[in-house]
Write a protein that binds this ligand. Structure first.
Ligand code: F6R
Length: 616
């Protein structure tokens, strides 16, 4: 969490920093701040609790002098509440050094005690100010920011990206990273730093990912990367595949609305280049055929929405590749003693590629000899760098905190992986593969059909239900993870209690929740795929209806069996069983978004959350 941006060049830095922070605000919005070295060589800084606008207002009222070297921060509070004092930057060395931080310094209490014994006093409750004071103390000794960083970083435990500038070294920003993201933007006569490329993509699309335990120093003309000991490190630049327009709202009322509408494109882009002669061939996985043939178990690990995508992927991979698949929440995975061997493939899924829980699960799996593959939406992110192979989803930048287009792209990537492995392992007949490919190719148009046909009605329904206090979601088979995802979307952006259940589980407890008027969404599987499963869900609907539930059914076109028992029916186009989740989730996303909007909430930046969860 927390967004960080840095700039050195010839242009006034304040606007560049504020624009970068606006693009990174999804990472946290408890406070924001900047520090700039002005033309007279003095360091000026400003920080404000609240969203970025509070900082903008303060700067408009009392401007800082112009300067061409600066750093900026948007915070998701960990140590210390969201106050002005706890906001970053934190100053040291008689306010001549400014430092910002993303992550958690776990041993900050003992370091703080050491500094206090040395006479240092603190103005905040943060772990960050401790790092600032340590670097400030080293700077006084050495007069060199890079040397000061090297002396301090190995003393810090936990996760950090630190960025600092010192007024005695204008035109220089130094940064270090361990377990938190950091990317350099390479410009002409100027260079940038950011938590991700969104921070600078409007200025340059050439980027350099900084690796684990590395320090980078940027000046207008040079970018020098070393390890924590000062040894030079080779890094290869990459080209960002999207431009700044992709990260703008572009006339939509919210990023979430835009991203929901972009889902067909996200699926189409994720499929593109991965189908050859009616079969799935993922070029990034060239050379892994032996591994795929040899693997005897797959563990898919992820958090939140990505974990629900993983649950859908389990059905597809098991069906097509005939390998047992387990889905593990990343934060549970490494705190027991999972059975992992050399023939285990651990697949991680992450939109951001920075989720700390998922990253730690990947590292844990590697240490135990598993092969690792990541499914990720963010180029240059840490999780793909730590994995043996990566399949990128091409959903484009996802800015709204609630994941939508990344989710459908993750499921698409998992379907592709299942089909690719099925082909390599010889477990998938060619006709079945060709039919699945056709289904995949038809998905984008069907997603748009759901949006066109149901958006208005579902939004209306949400408007009527703005005072609802609880909504339940039921599904079976691949409809179960969609029920979980529908509930998560509603909770996170509308703050309404919501829960998803496997429909068959109802009678084992949750049915006690049903009372007259209780809204329940039910994802109904197609009767064409399994008459038995369909009949079971219809009887679950009857059970809750008999107890007074208000039933909102998501069912395929033409399924008349649901009509007698449904208060509302939302239709999705006909699709193969494993492809239905990509359609059924769309009305649930629209419902959550419309209900949050009806309650006057900020759908893009829900309370207490941040998009990229880089703490454990
Ligand atoms: C919910 C949501 C989160 C993320 C989760 C993992 O809408 O966005 O549950 O899915 O925090 O994030 P990534 O995919 O970045 O690892």
């Amino acid at each position: 969490m927390c967004g960080i941006v840095g700039y050195v060049g010839a242009r006034p830095s304040e606007d560049i920093l504020l624009a970068g922070l606006a693009r990174l605000e999804y990472r946290g919005y408890d406070s924001a701040g900047i520090a700039v070295i002005d033309e007279a060589g003095s360091l000026g800084s400003r920080k404000k609790a609240g969203k970025l606008q509070a900082l903008r207002d303060s700067l408009a009222e009392h401007p800082l002098p112009d300067g061409t070297t600066g750093i900026g921060h948007t915070r998701w509070a960990t140590h210390g509440g969201p106050t002005d004092a706890n906001a970053h930057p934190h100053l040291a060395d008689e306010d001549r050094l400014a430092l910002i931080h993303n992550g958690i310094i776990e041993n900050f209490a003992e370091l703080r005690a050491e500094l206090e014994a040395d006479g240092v006093s603190f103005r905040s409750e943060t772990d960050t100010e401790v790092a600032a004071a340590l670097i400030g103390r080293e700077y006084r000794r050495t007069g060199d920011l890079r040397t000061a960083f090297r002396a301090v970083v190995n003393r810090l435990e936990g996760a950090f990206t630190l960025l600092a500038l010192h007024q005695d070294e204008p035109g220089l920003v130094v940064a270090a990273r361990r377990n938190s993201p950091l990317v350099v933007g390479l410009g002409e006569g100027e260079n940038f730093l950011g938590s991700d490329v969104a921070a600078f993509v409007e200025h340059t699309r050439r980027a350099l990912a900084i690796g684990q335990d590395e320090i980078v120093a940027i000046t207008p003309e040079a970018v020098v990367v070393t390890d924590f000991e000062g040894n030079a490190v080779e890094s290869t630049p990459f080209e960002v595949s999207w431009d700044s327009a992709a990260a703008e709202k572009g006339g939509w009322p919210s990023f979430m609305a835009k991203e929901v509408a972009e889902q067909s494109e996200a699926v189409a882009n994720t499929i593109r280049g991965r189908i050859k002669d009616s079969a799935v061939v993922i070029p990034e996985l060239d050379g892994l055929d032996d591994l795929f043939r040899d693997v005897d178990r797959i563990i898919v690990t992820a958090c939140g929405t990505a974990a629900y995508a993983a649950m859908v992927g389990k059905y597809a991979i098991e069906q097509w590749a005939r390998v047992p698949v387990d889905v593990e929440l990343a934060h549970e995975f490494r705190y027991r003693d999972p059975v992992i061997g050399e023939r285990t493939l651990v697949v991680s899924i992450s939109q951001s590629g920075e989720t700390m829980d998922t990253l730690m699960a990947v590292k844990y799996a590697r240490e135990r000899g598993a092969r690792t593959l990541s499914i990720c939406n963010t180029q240059g992110a840490t999780i793909p760098r730590e994995s043996d192979a990566v399949v990128y989803t091409h959903a484009g930048p996802e800015v709204a905190v609630a994941s939508t287009k990344a989710f459908v792209a993750q499921i698409t990537a998992l379907l592709l992986l299942g089909l690719h492995m099925g082909r390599v392992r010889g477990s998938l007949p060619a006709e079945e593969s060709a039919a699945a490919v056709l289904e995949l190719e038809n998905l984008p148009a069907k997603i748009d059909d759901v949006l066109d046909a149901e958006q208005e009605r579902v939004s209306q329904l949400a408007g009527w239900m703005a005072d609802t206090r609880s909504v339940l979601f039921l599904g079976r088979h691949v409809g179960y993870p969609i029920a979980l995802e529908g509930a998560l979307k509603l909770k996170e952006i509308s703050y309404i209690h919501a829960e998803g259940f496997a429909a068959g589980e109802l009678k084992h407890g949750p049915i006690a929740l049903i009372e007259p008027g209780q809204p329940v969404f039910v994802i109904v599987p197609s009767p064409r795929h399994s008459a038995l499963l369909h009949a079971k869900v219809v009887s679950n609907i009857q059970e809750i209806r008999a107890r007074g539930a208000r039933v909102i059914v998501v069912a395929e076109e033409g399924d008349a069996a649901v009509l007698p028992f449904a208060d509302e029916v939302i239709r999705i186009p006909l699709a193969g069983a494993l492809f239905e989740p990509l359609l059924a989730v769309v009305p649930l996303q629209i419902f959550a978004m419309a209900l949050a909007t009806a309650k006057g909430l900020d759908v893009d930046q829900p309370r207490n959350l941040a998009k990229s969860v880089t703490v454990e």
